[in-house]
Ligand binder design. Structure first.
Ligand code: GLN
Length: 476
């Protein structure tokens, strides 16, 4: 079995045809992980016995019957550790399943393995994980991207068929691009976040990371929809994503935002993305240049809004309710400060301090309020663009994966890797990154991704556009 290339769709067909048993599949995945994960470091936990027992009972008639799916460590899977790669949650065992997990189980899937991530999803490299380093399987000297770097790495490393990630400012799309996978950030409100460790509640979404667009459609189908346990999940019908997948792009208008081809964008990455745009032209789409004039303010407003919300969300990690509890505090205040002082890493502390600052009286208007106004302008940019075009195409990342440790001393440099992804979260629209070839660096081929953005709740259109490229360019 070629686990490095097997898609979820193919595995499902083989299982249904009786050519592959769910037990054989989980065994193969576990064996590969035993072999390669020491080097890659994508998983932080695996309960093989339990997964195997579920595989033995799997109902293969269900949509994802017997299919193992790796889960980012920020999503609660009942009975398994869920630390979001933070020391502050050390020892915490999830007492319940997140809604996406219940939905996956109901569709026959088997959550298998917890994947590494930046601590509490804050980062773009998976280097802020308090647990371990994750390496990019395409070049193990390099980062896999982040924060869902473990999910992308286990797919690229042949240790998983598909995974769930979460995306607050790019954490699904950016690592997917760096590892050569498909990563879909659904529209705000499309997928329930109940059971996801909250980072920035007005931005967070859970989504699939896969080897193909077809696979992303299958997983989205299962996890999408209203959930009474997450009041931000919208009560609107979920279309049949697979049904529309093959309709092509002929006659569609695709916009290329000129602000996304800027100085600082690696020229080789730009070339790959331009080639993808040409492919769309050849497939019959009309390509038009559009402008999203407030793009340059997206990263700044994102880092104000996300840190502000994080500073409030993380207040609950106080050593009383969850996870790690520091010893020796003589009163409550000291207990809090010891637990949080020992439990949080540098990046998380930096964000809490920044978030508290931008919300503090005297600075609130200058920073937080202004960032919210900019957010409105960014949303309007998209609304105006979508009056003229069906979807937008851009790079996902400004450069291919860099070396582990290369930018750790310079957080701003790392924040800038989110330059093309944060706007979609601020606007609440859906976006996908799909592989569009690679660039050569130091003798290695490093993957790059093209991002497609569509209006909120138009995931069906988004997937169809992505699938058209995939069909035109690969054997899938
Ligand atoms: N890299 C961004 C950040 O550090 C986005 C993270 C995410 O989407 N969770 O905040």
């Amino acid at each position: 079995m070629e686990l490095n290339t097997l898609t979820l769709t193919e595995a499902r067909q083989k299982i249904r045809a009786g050519e592959l048993s769910p037990v054989a599949l989980i065994d193969a995945i576990n064996d590969t992980a035993n072999r390669v994960d020491e080097k890659i470091g994508g998983y932080v936990f695996r309960d093989y016995e339990n997964a195997r027992a579920q595989a033995a009972q799997a109902d293969i008639q269900l949509p994802l019957g017997g299919i193992p799916i790796a889960i980012k460590d920020a999503i609660n899977v009942k009975g398994e550790p869920c630390t979001a790669a933070s020391k502050v949650l050390e020892g915490y065992i999830a007492p319940y399943d997140a809604t996406v997990i219940s939905k996956l189980r109901a569709a026959g899937a088997i959550p298998f393995g917890r994947t590494n991530m930046d601590e509490l999803a804050m980062g773009s490299t998976t280097e802020t994980s308090a647990i371990q380093i994750t390496r990019n399987p395409h070049d193990t000297e390099r980062i896999p991207g982040g924060s869902s770097g473990g999910s992308a790495a286990v797919i690229a490393g042949g240790e998983a068929l598909a995974a769930l990630g979460s995306d607050t400012g790019g954490s699904i799309r950016q690592p997917a691009a760096m590892c050569g996978c498909v990563g879909l950030k659904p529209s705000y409100g499309r997928v329930s976040r109940y059971g996801l460790a909250a980072f920035a509640s007005s931005l967070d979404q859970i989504g699939p990371m896969t080897r193909s667009v077809e696979d992303a459609a299958l997983i989205l189908q299962v996890i999408a929809g209203h959930d009474p346990l997450d009041s931000t999940s919208l009560d609107v019908p979920v279309p049949n994503y697979s049904a529309q997948l093959g309709s092509g792009v002929r006659g569609m208008k695709l916009g290329v935002p000129k602000e996304y081809f800027i100085e600082g964008l690696d020229v080789r990455v730009a070339t790959r993305v331009r080639e993808a745009i040409e492919t769309y032209r050849n497939l019959g789409a009309e390509i038009v240049e559009v402008s999203l004039p407030h793009t340059q303010y997206a990263v700044a407003s994102y880092y104000i809004i996300a840190t502000a919300e994080a500073s409030a969300n993380l207040a609950r990690l106080d050593g009383v309710r969850y996870g790690r509890r520091a010893a020796g505090g003589k009163d409550l205040a000291e207990h809090y400060s010891r637990t949080r002082g020992e439990g949080f890493g540098h990046e998380v502390k930096r964000r809490i301090i920044l978030g508290t600052y931008v919300l503090s009286s005297g600075y609130y208007d200058a920073y937080y309020l202004r960032a919210q106004k900019v957010r409105t302008l960014i949303r309007r940019d998209f609304e105006e663009a979508f009056q003229k075009v069906d979807a937008l195409i851009s790079p996902t990342i400004p450069s291919p994966a860099f070396k582990i440790g290369e930018h750790v001393k310079d957080p701003l440099q790392i924040y800038l890797t989110d330059i093309f992804t944060t706007a979609a979260n601020l606007a609440g629209i859906c976006a996908i990154s799909i592989p569009c070839g690679s660039v050569k660096e130091a003798g290695r081929q490093l993957p790059v991704g093209v991002q497609i953005l569509a209006p909120a709740f138009q995931e069906d259109r988004l997937l169809c556009i992505a699938r058209a490229y995939e069909m035109a360019t690969s054997t899938r």
